[in-house]
Ligand binder design. Structure first.
Ligand code: HEC
Length: 106
């Protein structure tokens, strides 16, 4: 159902994707890219490459809690850094922003 992801993103914790965009631009865009496709300016030098948030396989069954944990604590063994300075609201908002890049038929 086409509208479902939009509706879910809009209701979960009243997360605000517009505010999430500001968090993303300041903290995530250099690696994950302006189009959230994992092709930011810093991505070339990284191994593994930053996650492509436009890829259906990333979103398959992905829970907000798991995404939040990665943002707060980083992903060990990869260049994905921890962002303990982000508030729970910031994290919820940036997740809402990222979900906007998921393919519409997810
Ligand atoms: C220094 C570069 C860099 C920055 C800055 C960065 N990331 Fe990442 N991120 C990565 C890399 C590299 C991976 C890929 C890990 C992998 O392939 O397993 C990743 C993976 C992820 C994942 C997927 C983890 C998973 O479950 O596999 C999420 C979600 C994520 N980043 C969110 C963010 C958010 C949100 C921000 C900003 C607050 C951010 N990242 C900032 C490099 C970065």
């Amino acid at each position: 159902m086409f509208l479902l992801p939009v509706l879910l993103a809009g209701t979960a914790n009243a997360a605000d994707a517009d505010k999430g965009k500001a968090v993303y631009t300041a903290n995530c865009m250099a690696c994950h890219g302006t189009a959230a496709d994992g092709k930011g300016p810093a991505a070339m030098a990284l191994d593994p490459k930053p996650t492509d948030f436009t890829a259906a396989e990333f979103w398959d069954g992905k829970e907000n809690a798991a995404i939040k944990k990665v943002i707060k604590t980083g992903k060990p063994g990869t260049p994905m850094a921890p962002f303990p300075q982000l508030s729970d609201d910031d994290v919820a908002n940036v997740i809402a922003y990222l979900r906007g890049f998921a393919p519409a038929d997810e």
